[in-house]
Design a protein around this ligand. Structure first.
Ligand code: AMP
Ligand code: GLY
Length: 422
């Protein structure tokens, strides 16, 4: 089989590593991939948002199955275009990817179908939004409607911050057209849990839960990032919480999408907050999360390609999706200065035979050398019989990897360990 993976970060590297375990996979192409992924798949220099070129490449190369991993191509309808050429895909069609592509859509969906989420108002007029924040409870949460490279959520701690957020999103168009509409919502508190799920529109199979670490610094200080590390499973996601989520969130979401004529097939990501009043949806993503995928897929015991094709062919209920009863920890190594300003081009050395998987996110190959090319450079994932062992093992291997200006959080999993002790 010839496979195509669209995307080029740590998540895609984790997906490719898993797909490679299947024996009848003869070739994996990745568009565009990166210098680190090049070890495991053939990188082709086509951008993940250049849908026409992706489709042409897939047709010309005789691709048997495609996995579209990032949000932008999904929201742009990459799956629809590939399917139109007869190429089966993993990932939602455009009309279902809107669950991530428009926060206004997803909030209205949850309201219409009684799915627990933060209270909210929608605005398409900045004057009305500014009027509203004058009396809104503080802190308040302001979200650009469309995709904004993960930066479209602002938690305003003061009224002034809220006003500035409205102005920069709606008037100054900080995120372009993504800010034509905004959602202003209630600030919720509680531990956060990420649950990725496989769904074919009929059955939903949650994967092992995980916990992201979004802030750049230890003890959740500093700026928000694309994720500085993850652990799985998440200790706050107890059996009781999982049952409640299935009943009140997961199944109702799948049914709601069907009722709207927008059947979702692929990986549906539930970003949850476990509040005093039960679990609530913070966000939906129409794809595998990153870096969550870097801890979730290493724990998957079943064959990933078998599960993905079962989703595509709508026979997910016929197969068993098994996860290992172990723990995983992923520590992201980033470039000093990330997520603001950082230097690039430093040589990365990764020894052979590490007791961890290295998923490369921001690196390029130049004259046979692997050089840093992004803020988040790579993720180091270890699995073990206890969470503590997984964390210790990941940090132990991190020490063996080198590039100038590397930085990483030293407390990935610390909160989860504490929760396990309580
Ligand atoms: P998102 O981009 O939707 O994942 O939001 C980024 C982060 O903002 C989430 O992971 C939460 O930590 C936080 N957040 C989003 N919405 C809320 C909310 N209503 N209350 C509190 N925190 C929130
Ligand atoms: N880790 C959060 C995301 O993938 O959006």
């Amino acid at each position: 089989m010839k496979l195509l993976v669209v995307g080029g970060g740590g998540r895609e590297h984790a997906i490719i590593s898993k797909l490679k375990e299947k024996k009848n996979v003869e070739k994996i192409y990745v568009l565009p991939g990166n210098g680190g992924i090049a070890k495991d798949a053939e990188c082709v220099n086509i951008s993940a948002t250049d849908i026409d070129s992706i489709v042409k490449f897939a047709v010309d190369s005789g691709i048997d199955y495609a996995v579209v991993a990032p949000d932008d191509p999904l929201v742009l309808g990459c799956v629809d275009e590939l399917e139109a050429k007869g190429i089966p895909c993993f990932g939602p069609r455009k009309n279902a990817a809107i669950i991530e592509g428009s926060k206004v859509f997803s909030k209205n969906l949850m309201k219409k179908y009684g799915i627990p989420t933060a209270e909210y108002e929608v605005f398409d007029d900045s004057a009305k939004a500014l009027e509203y924040v004058k009396t809104a409870p503080i802190p308040t949460v302001i979200k650009a409607d469309g995709l904004a490279l993960g930066k479209g959520v602002i938690i305003a701690q003061t009224r002034e911050e809220a006003e500035n957020a409205v102005k920069s999103i709606m008037n100054d168009k900080q995120f372009g057209k993504s800010g034509d509409k905004i959602v202003i919502e209630e600030f919720l508190t509680g531990p956060e849990v990420s649950v990725l799920s496989f769904t074919d529109g009929k059955t939903v199979v949650p994967m092992v839960s995980s916990m992201d670490h979004k802030r750049a610094g230890d003890n959740d200080t500093g700026l928000n990032t694309g994720g500085m590390g993850t652990i799985a499973p998440n200790p706050y996601y107890t059996k009781a919480v999982a049952d409640e989520c299935m009943e009140k969130i997961f199944l109702p979401t799948i049914k709601a999408m069907n009722a709207e004529g927008r059947t979702f097939k692929g990986c549906l990501y539930f970003g949850l907050m476990i509040t005093e009043n039960g679990p609530k949806v913070i966000e939906y993503n129409c794809r595998f999360g990153d870096p969550e995928t870097q801890v979730v897929l290493p724990l998957l015991e079943s064959d990933l390609l078998d599960v993905m094709t079962a989703v595509t062919e709508e026979r997910l209920s016929d197969i068993e999706v098994k996860f290992r009863n172990e723990f995983a920890a992923c520590v992201v190594m980033a470039s000093k200065g990330y997520p603001v300003k950082y230097d690039k081009g430093f040589e990365i050395t990764i020894p052979e035979n590490l007791e961890a998987k290295v998923f490369v996110a921001g690196a390029k190959l130049e004259n046979g050398k692997l050089l840093t090319s992004g803020g988040r450079v790579l993720g180091v994932t270890a699995t073990a019989d206890t969470l503590k062992n997984a964390i210790d093992k990941a940090y132990n291997e991190v020490k063996k990897i080198h590039f100038d200006n590397a930085f990483f959080r030293s407390d990935i999993g610390a909160r989860a360990l504490k929760a396990l002790e309580e």
